[in-house]
Write a protein that binds this ligand. Structure first.
Ligand code: ZN
Length: 218
């Protein structure tokens, strides 16, 4: 059984909210496991395992990875996490059908969500932030054009790989994903709000200020 007071965080936020960054900071500060679904899926695709191939196929067809697969992945990961370590959930639950199974599997492992943070930003801010994202095709490093990477850079400063803007980060795709996000993740946010568990954090501040706001609740 995990220690009762071990932190288990859920970080919610629409695209570009910076929840991934905050999840990383929390994991570092409290020595927690950062369970990042997006990253796990990307790794699975690379391994070409049967499940990985299924995931890749869905993504190639522009489809979403079904919620039951996400639940399976979480179940599988939980088995490998040391009992005295807390967890930051980043990327799940994103849809209502993920909420109950997540709670159930946590309970089975003697774990319990301690805090649910919702990092909110406006749609305008989302588009502004995401359209500046660039990544290296070779090493996968993410950059912010004009901030961590020169606006005109075509090569990765780390590995000389090609700098690309992901299809996902063009304004049209961003809007599409935002609509999905509001339809699917909106109810998840609402359900935690109704349960009185939701802690809302203003994401339109510096990374340090957002983190300070989160820490003020712990
Ligand atoms: Zn690179």
């Amino acid at each position: 059984m995990a220690k009762k007071n071990t932190f288990h965080f859920i970080l919610l936020g629409h695209q570009g909210s910076g929840k991934g960054t905050q999840a990383k900071l929390l994991a570092q500060k409290f020595n927690l496991v950062h369970l990042e679904i997006g990253n796990i899926l990307r790794t699975m695709v690379k391994t070409k395992s049967p499940l990985g191939r299924k995931v890749a196929q869905r993504i190639d067809q522009g489809k979403l990875v079904p919620f039951y697969m996400i639940v399976e992945i979480v179940k599988d990961k939980l088995k490998a996490i040391s009992k005295n370590k807390g967890i930051v959930f980043d990327g799940t639950p994103r849809r209502m059908p993920e909420v109950a199974p997540l709670e159930k599997v946590l309970k089975k492992h003697g774990r319990q969500i301690t805090h649910v943070f919702f990092i909110w930003i406006s749609q305008r801010e989302t588009i502004k932030r995401l359209s500046k994202r660039r990544s290296c095709e070779k090493c996968g490093t993410l950059f912010i054009s004009g901030k961590t990477l020169s606006v005109r850079a075509i090569k990765c400063p780390k590995c000389q790989g090609k700098i690309i803007q992901r299809e996902d980060d063009t304004p049209v795709s961003i809007r599409k994903r935002l609509i999905w996000s509001h339809q699917k993740t909106g109810p998840v946010i609402e359900s935690y709000r109704r349960q009185g568990k939701l802690i809302e954090i203003n994401g339109e501040q510096s990374i340090q200020k957002v983190f300070k706001d989160i820490l003020s609740y712990l």
